[in-house]
Design a protein around this ligand. Sequence first.
Ligand SMILES: Nc1ncnc2c1ncn2[C@@H]1O[C@H](COP(=O)(O)OP(=O)(O)OP(=O)(O)O)[C@@H](O)[C@H]1O
Ligand SMILES: [Mg+2]
Length: 357
Amino acid sequence: MLNNGDVILSVKDLHVKFSLRGKVLNAIRGISLDLYKGESLAIVGESGSGKSVFTKNFIGLLDKNGWVDSGQILYYGMDAQNPVDLAKYKKEEEWQKIRGKEVAMVMQDPMTSLNPLKTIGWQIEEALKLHQGLHGEAAVKKAIEILQDVGIPEAERRAKQYPHEFSGGMRQRVVIAIAMACNPQILICDEPTTALDVTIQAQILQLIRNLKDKYGLTTIYITHDLGVVANMADRIAVMYAGKIVEYGTSEDIFYSPAHPYTWALLSSVPDLDTKEKLVSIPGTPPNMIYPPKGDAFAERNVYAMEIDFEEQPPMFRISDTHYAATWLLHPDAPKVEMPAVITERIARMKKKAGGDE
Ligand SMILES: Nc1ncnc2c1ncn2[C@@H]1O[C@H](COP(=O)(O)OP(=O)(O)OP(=O)(O)O)[C@@H](O)[C@H]1O
Ligand SMILES: [Mg+2]
């Protein structure tokens, strides 16, 4: 199982801020998280919760008006004994040692990462040249191999085509192929599938899983849809207003969710069997220029207690793998039941899992 020796990236109390029209926006407000070598982590949360900003710190792609205010991002991938602290990286030359070859990111819009004027094969060969020192025939051969790896049929013929000749799903595969050509240790996929339909989303997720298995990649998959990552992610981190409010194994999150925000997210996921869309989360996330004093979710939380408006909850340990930051887990808090829609769904999931065995 997971143990400390296998940590590839360790984030410690990270705070990230942006300067915005003379004010300061608090985008990441104290995140600590270990990423284990070879795992697939999903980061889930509503729009604006900080998923992209958080992970952009791992490759030095933070927008110019943003900065790491405090905290560490220890990367163990180059030297397991002597990690480098990416939170201290400033110069472009420093990042060039990391970006692509250690940590690669597939962006939200695949079109922006492809050159419309060059063939797909050329673009992968370029990455191979730069990152693996392959040239000529060797590069051409390897490019075709990678295209096959990412599930593109007739790879040899397709390599000679241009991005516009590919469908959305196939383009996404090409972007992943280019990332793979850099031979990274960590692959971050920032919601690569929002524009695609659900079947294609599932296929891309499956592809990422296969690549993870084949190459021992560590993957981070970012999405606002918890339903998408069911059965796909080893672990799930739920983000809200610049913090991780709950994390655990996929099982922890789906079978024993503990944070009211996770309950709300789960309630808004269409049921995999019945396809019914359940309740959407009422209210809106807080303004991060003036983050609330207490738990940022308190305003929208029907279970909120007085203390939720006064003080931010610490991370409570539920098990070795499962943690959540909600006052409901304080020993003195009243016992509350999670919403019935979720308990019923969990019962259905358990029954189904039992029946499949
Ligand atoms: N360059 C920037 N300047 C100022 N604020 C920014 C900047 N980039 C992001 N933010 C703010 O940081 C917060 C987190 O944004 P982020 O893009 O990480 O959200 P997200 O979870 O990725 O959302 P989405 O699901 O829509 O992609 C938001 O409040 C956003 O407005
Ligand atoms: Mg984003």
